[in-house]
Design a protein around this ligand. Structure first.
Ligand SMILES: Cc1cc2nc3c(=O)[nH]c(=O)nc-3n(C[C@H](O)[C@H](O)[C@H](O)COP(=O)(O)OP(=O)(O)OC[C@H]3O[C@@H](n4cnc5c(N)ncnc54)[C@H](O)[C@@H]3O)c2cc1C
Length: 369
């Protein structure tokens, strides 16, 4: 199946308009979600045999998914976060699940299931308990995106033996959803909430893979390439807004503003180059050492974060106070991007990658088309 990239590109303005309209009340973009579903966004990353768009572990899978995530991010970072979580769950099930679990999740997705990966614990970390009645989940997941809309969540839980396991659970009436963490200043449309599992009964076939699989490298770090592909879209959109608004106000010809436009374009292109490198290395894994994959994706994370922070600064300095007025889309886009860029453990990602590449060169990606 080929993916309709032009149609996705054409609906970016619609996604952006809904994100702006929903921002104040932190409303989830249900219309945009339906539009993306109709375009096949949620089934594109399925294995080819189950109706997906690209062959597993092939360069075209990297470049195709990168293009998709980037386009969604250009329209809405909040929806990008939701799509990225869905793809992440699919990837983890296809990597670690049994053939029967892979077939079942593919069928669910084709019927409209929305997946999420909820691994960040709340005040009471999620525990899996073996009781006389069977397996029970107890505890909370926080910063759970798509809460109230995700129908199946891949969660991590600690066992009584002290290991970490993954489970794919149906998010239904037995889970108490707090749909949004009200105080988040950006990404208010991502439905980032909390899910309380107060003794949810789970079947043994909800378990995905073996204990410890979630943290297994290089997959654990490699998956971050999809997160930065969405952020890249946000960076590109903000760069376009800077150019358009400076031109519209007759200020684009000033040498200092031209320098800002140039620096923003360089930052956006740098983010694209790093994301493409990370996507290829993380997808075509059999050509690379695990350490090279992990460290490349970690460097890409920091490069994209840096590029995003630079574009935010250039935009705010270049547009001045108008970039802080709520009716200017630049204000919301900046908040969303600044929030989205807060990903876990950036210091560790940079230092570990730097240590790895101190005595090695970056792996080549030039051989790919
Ligand atoms: C909009 C949004 C949606 C999200 N959706 C989901 C979701 O669906 N599912 C999910 O599981 N999670 C989700 N998250 C949570 C996300 O995955 C991360 O957990 C979160 O963004 C981490 O951000 P942080 O800045 O608090 O990270 P931290 O890792 O706490 O980093 C903050 C700073 O502390 C430093 N630091 C980290 N650890 C240490 C340490 N031990 N000692 C000293 N310094 C340290 C870091 O380097 C960094 O400088 C979401 C977050 C956001 C913002």
């Amino acid at each position: 199946m080929s993916f309709p990239f032009e149609a996705l590109a054409a609906c970016r303005a619609e996604l952006e308009a809904e994100a702006s309209a929903n921002d104040a009340q932190a409303v989830f973009p249900t219309h945009g979600l339906m539009r993306l579903r109709a375009l096949g966004v949620f089934s594109a990353a399925l294995p080819l045999a189950f109706g997906g768009c690209w062959p597993d572990a092939a360069p075209e899978a990297a470049t195709g998914l990168l293009r998709l995530l980037r386009l969604v991010g250009q329209g809405s970072l909040a929806l990008g976060r939701v799509v990225e979580g869905h793809v992440n769950a699919l990837r983890l099930v296809s990597r670690y699940g049994s053939p029967a679990q892979c077939a079942a999740i593919a069928a669910d997705v084709r019927e409209g299931a929305l997946l999420g990966v909820w691994v960040t614990d709340g005040a009471h970390p999620l525990q899996l308990e073996q009781t006389a009645q069977g397996l029970i989940l107890r505890g909370q997941k926080a910063f759970a995106s798509g809460a109230g809309h995700v129908t199946r969540a891949l969660v991590t839980a600690r066992t009584q033996a002290g290991t970490t396991v993954m489970l794919l659970v149906a998010v239904g009436q037995d889970c108490v959803i707090h749909p949004s963490i009200g105080g988040l200043s950006g990404m208010r449309g991502a439905g980032t909430g909390q899910c309380d599992f107060a003794g949810l009964s789970v079947a043994p076939d909800s378990l995905i893979g073996q204990a410890g699989d979630y943290l297994r490298q290089p997959e654990f770090s490699a998956g971050a390439w999809r997160t930065i592909a969405v952020a890249l879209g946000g960076i590109e959109r903000l760069t376009t807004v800077l150019r358009e608004q400076l031109a519209a106000r007759g200020r684009a010809q000033a040498p200092a503003q031209q320098a800002r436009i140039g620096r923003a374009l360089i930052a956006a292109q740098t983010a694209l180059d790093w994301t493409r490198r990370a996507a290829l290395v993380a997808t075509v894994q059999d050509r690379y050492e695990a350490g090279d994959i992990t460290a490349t994706v970690n460097l890409a994370r920091i490069a994209v974060e840096r590029a995003g922070l630079e574009v935010i600064e250039l935009l705010q300095r270049g547009l001045g106070l108008s970039a802080f007025i709520k009716t200017n889309v630049a204000e919301r886009l900046t908040r969303d991007l600044a929030t989205y860029l807060r990903q876990p453990a950036p210091d560790e990602a940079l230092c570990e990658a730097a240590a790895w590449f101190t005595h090695r060169d970056l792996p080549p990606t030039e051989a790919f088309p």
